[in-house]
Design a protein around this ligand. Structure first.
Ligand code: F6R
Length: 612
């Protein structure tokens, strides 16, 4: 959702900026633009539509400046149009700004500026920022090196909402300023150059050394330096962190799409996420946690909170924590949780899951739990992401960068990490110890079993070709399989635009079965031996009403009644979602391809949902 790129160095900025925007395309956007400091002043080139349209703008090839800011916009205030695209300038054309996030008090600030003679040419909240900076700049008679920074700080201190902002000024042709609050932004340090981006992968090919910013830290960038200040402009010391992801991990590496590549990366993502947390004979350890029995025994309730796929992973976490640790665990959608006055106190442990670590609702829910005195753990795939800086404790999936909008390897990595966390808790609490060692053995076998499951790819592709024109597809399961039905259905609707619903198979008779008619496709997931027969009965009910069935199972079942069945390797029900989701990821992928859709960048969706 909106992307920011910036460059300050010795090379021509425009190709670097456009290249960076292309790498951020996966975040979702509807317009793009760049702004550079040229000999004659500030240049802005922007338009609605794809980043590559920028190449059609007259004069873009002639830009020489080696300082610039760039943006992909995902419309919130005002429709997608050239006028509403970023960058935006102030009336005097002294400043140029790109902004991610939402300025909640922009109406009030717009009125203030209008009363002071400023005019606005777009419908965006962003346009108030360069004008507000100009307001403070014009009032400051001290023409020293920090005048630009002071004006920017004064303006930002008036903003309410979330923002990541880059700004350049024609009077300071060797500087750029940035700040963030509740919206991602990182600075990559190069040799005599600095890169700015909302996401690490966009600039990973230039540097592995990053400064991670906290809220309201202002950065004064020059070609050779990055100076950090707090909201009162007191200097702060900051060191770079080295990011281990390699450049290739953010490339397609011969795959047709990122999504397919990421589906096939799952054996490794799981292997890396298990890491050295345990082996067959050792107890689980998390370097980042070091919890004691007393500490864990103090919690009478656990909440697991996330959005979309991350929330679905949380359902597998609840299953493991409740069964292995006997602690009452609730899963909630962050956007609901934060507004429903949840019963959280100092005896509650709250676990927040977010691949990006930047999801606005999840961060807000986390802040709420902290205010209420709960202890918080963040699970993220991105080191230093906002959620990990807010939480009391952070643990990481090691899935590598996930570029496709539809989450695949992050989901399976989240599930395995949650199950390992549940084992860790249970070992500390000394519960279920026999069951735990068997489960650990099964977890260690997962990478190989995922590889075997991926071998089903071509059969699933062939089946997908027979159903890609369907209007509705239903997903059924019981117990842990119902959580996978939810995730399978979400994946399908996201990238194939086929209407899809998931149901607990036992709920069918209570209403949804009215939707089943001749030819409708129903997907059944059956991996829990205790529940298989029950789900088969539910599938029989839909078959009787003319449904076409696709079954995913690891049990020996009579396959003659189903239209298509895939057998996945047997494993513990705690971790079965990691295997049973794979045929469904492939199913969605191949349907989307068959329909000729953009698998990696589905319509209306953004990879990182940084506004609520
Ligand atoms: C679905 C998907 C989304 C995300 C959700 C949360 O494929 O990707 O549902 O899971 O937007 O994102 P994170 O995990 O970054 O908080």
């Amino acid at each position: 959702m909106c992307g920011i790129v910036g460059y300050i160095g010795t090379q021509k900025a425009s190709p670097i900026l456009i290249n960076g925007l292309i790498r951020l395309e996966y975040r979702g956007y509807d317009s793009a633009g760049i702004s550079t400091i040229e000999k004659y002043g500030i240049s802005i080139m922007k338009d609605k539509g794809r980043v590559k349209n920028l190449y059609n703008i007259n004069g873009i090839e002639q830009l020489e400046g080696n300082i610039g800011i760039a943006h992909t916009r995902w419309a919130t205030h005002g429709k997608p149009s050239k006028e509403n695209s970023h960058p935006h300038m102030d009336n005097s054309k002294t400043f140029s700004v790109v902004h991610n996030g939402i300025i909640e008090n922009y109406n009030e600030l717009k009125k203030f500026l209008s009363d002071n003679g400023y005019h606005f040419y777009s419908q965006t909240d962003t346009e108030i920022i360069p004008n507000l900076v100009h307001y403070y700049y014009s009032k400051d008679n001290n023409n020293d090196d920090l005048k630009f920074l002071r004006a920017f700080k004064n303006a930002c201190n008036k903003l309410i909402g979330s923002f990541a902002i880059e700004i350049i000024c024609k009077d300071y042709p060797n500087n750029m300023l940035v700040v963030r609050k509740d919206s991602p932004l990182v600075i990559g340090k190069g040799e005599n150059e600095n890169y700015i981006s909302s996401d690490i992968p966009a600039i990973l090919s230039f540097t592995r050394n990053f400064y991670l910013l906290n809220d309201f830290e202002f950065v004064l960038l020059s070609r050779t330096d990055a100076k950090f200040y707090d909201k009162n402009l007191e200097p702060i010391n900051k060191n770079t962190q080295t990011i281990e992801w390699n450049t290739a991990s953010a490339e397609k590496e011969g795959f047709e799409d990122y999504m397919l590549k990421e589906i096939f990366e799952q054996p490794n993502a799981i292997r890396e996420t298990i890491g050295a947390k345990f082996n067959e004979n050792s107890k689980c350890e998390f370097d980042e946690l070091n919890f004691s029995k007393d500490f864990l025994s103090d919690f009478n309730k656990i909440f697991i909170i996330g959005c979309g796929t991350a929330m679905h992973a949380g359902l597998a976490g609840k299953n493991a924590i409740e069964k292995l640790c006997k602690i009452n665990t609730e899963v909630d959608i962050a956007s609901e949780f934060r507004y429903r006055a949840p019963l959280v106190n100092e005896h509650t442990l709250c676990i927040f899951i977010s691949q990006s670590g930047e999801t606005a609702d999840t961060i807000a829910a986390l802040k709420l739990c902290k205010e209420k005195g709960a202890k918080t753990i963040a699970i993220s795939n991105v080191i230093g992401s906002s959620i990990t800086r807010e939480a009391d404790y952070s643990i990481y999936t090691h899935a590598g960068p996930e570029i496709a909008v539809a989450s695949t390897k992050a989901y399976t990595s989240q599930v395995v990490l949650l199950v390992i966390l549940a084992i860790y808790f249970a070992e500390i609490l000394e519960i279920n110890t026999n069951e735990l060692s068997l489960l650990k053995k099964e977890i260690l076998k997962l990478p190989k079993k995922i590889e075997d499951t991926l071998d089903l790819s071509s059969r699933i592709r062939d089946f997908s070709k027979t159903v890609y024109q369907e209007k509705d597809i239903f997903f059924l399961g019981r117990g842990i399989d119902e959580t996978v039905a939810k995730e399978g259905s979400l994946k399908l609707k996201e990238i194939s635009y086929i209407h899809s619903e998931s149901y607990a198979a036992g709920e069918l008779k209570h209403g949804p079965i009215a939707l089943i008619e001749n030819g409708v496709t129903v997907v059944g997931i059956m991996t829990d031996p205790k529940l298989v027969e029950k789900t088969i009965s539910n599938l029989q009910e839909v078959i009787t009403r003319g449904a076409k069935t696709f079954v995913i199972t690891n049990q020996q079942v009579d396959n003659s009644m189903f239209d298509f069945i895939v057998y996945i390797p047997e494993t513990s029900p705690f971790i079965s979602p990691i295997l049973s989701i794979i045929p469904l990821q492939l199913f969605s992928y191949y349907i989307s391809k068959e329909k000729g859709l953009d698998v990696d960048k589905p319509r209306n969706l953004a990879k990182s949902v940084t506004v609520e």
